[in-house]
Design a binder for this molecule. Structure first.
Ligand code: NAP
Length: 334
């Protein structure tokens, strides 16, 4: 089958290849991929930024998001049938959606939202799961709470804004002036143009901040929280909780806590908290999210679609960090 594989870590590590179709485990489903979406995580995995934590055996097929049709099911799969249209973010160490076929554990996938096309459905699993796990599991958002979502124009930010609104929160976000109307139409109550204004001079008394930039943006974000507030970082620095989540050795947890020591201390001084967040696969949550897409509470924010054979170009486009929504590759010429 056709696929894009990483055979060495680095900027030029991804290439088109002909590889065998994946083997099926008992609780797996074989999916003919209709579309896949690109995430910054693909760039980071290709560059080897996770090689200490996620030990992929090279060459491996890249890609974390997809939609497609079930073509075969393992003997221990009661819920899915051949012909089902599904969407998924396969779990770490079993990724591989930049290919014609992928084998996915049944626990990682769900039936595709009926209201979404295959391309739209491929765009949402990773960011929608991240939004759910950040807002519902980690922050336990309640109606009326104030949430600052950085980078509201991006794939993650645009999804978190919508879900936070659905949960009844008051939402502020940062974006360029050119994107202000678009993020406002997603439901943002306050939009700060980060090219002209400093959010830290404007905002205060927030309950939760989602930081996707790290560095000074994260440090400044601590200052807009009210006492007891929570800063959640998705672009670093990592902490021991992340090492634990990935089952890494204790020592790595100690190292990660050292890396985030400065910002955790700053948070403590301000009476707020900082924690690193890394999303995980979940078919159960995707089934719940599908009801929100089908009810119109969430919708995918799409930027561009590329044909499968231009996967390298699509990744290069996302790498520029200026995507205005999700970038999708489609296997389906029609
Ligand atoms: N840990 C996790 O589980 C997890 C999950 C998902 C994503 N992430 C991370 O979150 C980050 C965003 O991911 P994504 O999928 O949303 O990427 P994306 O779709 O490429 O979006 C990036 C957005 O950031 C905006 N931006 C750039 N600089 C900015 C600034 N200084 N202030 C505000 N906005 C700025 C860009 O818009 P303009 O240039 O037009 O402003 C662009 O829309 C990445 O670092 C990714 O790795 C982590």
């Amino acid at each position: 089958m056709k696929a894009f594989v990483v055979d060495k870590y680095g900027k030029d590590g991804l290439r088109a290849a002909e590889v065998p179709e994946p083997e099926l485990r008992d609780s797996d489903v074989l999916v003919r991929v209709s579309a896949a979406s690109i995430n910054p995580l693909d760039k980071m995995v290709r560059n080897g930024e996770f090689k200490q934590l996620l030990k992929y055996r090279k060459p491996f097929v890249l890609g974390h998001d997809m939609s497609g049709v079930v073509t075969r099911v393992g003997p221990a799969v009661p819920e899915f049938q051949v012909g089902d249209e599904i969407y998924a973010r396969p779990r770490d160490l079993r990724i591989g959606t930049f290919a014609q076929y992928v084998a996915v554990d049944q626990a990682d996938l769900a039936l595709k939202p009926r209201s979404l096309s295959m391309q739209e459905a491929a765009a949402v699993p990773l960011v929608a799961l991240a939004a759910w796990q950040i807002l519902v599991e980690r922050a336990k958002i309640r109606p009326g709470q104030k949430v600052l979502v950085h980078a509201g124009a991006g794939g993650l930010g645009s999804t978190v804004i919508q879900l936070a609104k659905h949960l009844g929160a008051y939402v502020a976000t940062t974006a360029t002036g050119a994107d202000a109307d678009r993020v406002r139409s997603l439901g943002a109550n306050v939009v700060i143009d980060y090219t002209t204004d400093d959010f830290a001079n404007i905002l205060s008394g927030y309950d939760v901040v989602l930081d996707s930039l790290g560095g000074t943006n994260l440090e400044k974000s601590l200052t807009v929280l009210k006492p007891g507030g929570m800063a959640i970082g998705v672009a670093g620095p990592p902490d021991a909780g992340f090492a634990k989540q990935l089952g890494a050795p204790m020592l790595l947890g100690v190292v990660m806590n050292l890396i985030s020591r400065k910002v955790r201390r700053q948070a403590k001084k301000l009476g707020v908290s900082y924690s690193f967040f890394f999303m995980r696969a979940s078919g159960t949550q995707l089934a719940e999210l599908a009801t929100l897409y089908d009810a119109g509470h969430l919708y995918p924010v799409m930027d561009r679609t590329f044909p499968f054979d231009q996967t390298l170009e699509a990744l290069a486009y996302v790498e520029q960090g200026r995507a205005n929504g999700k970038v999708v590759i489609t296997m389906d010429p029609t």
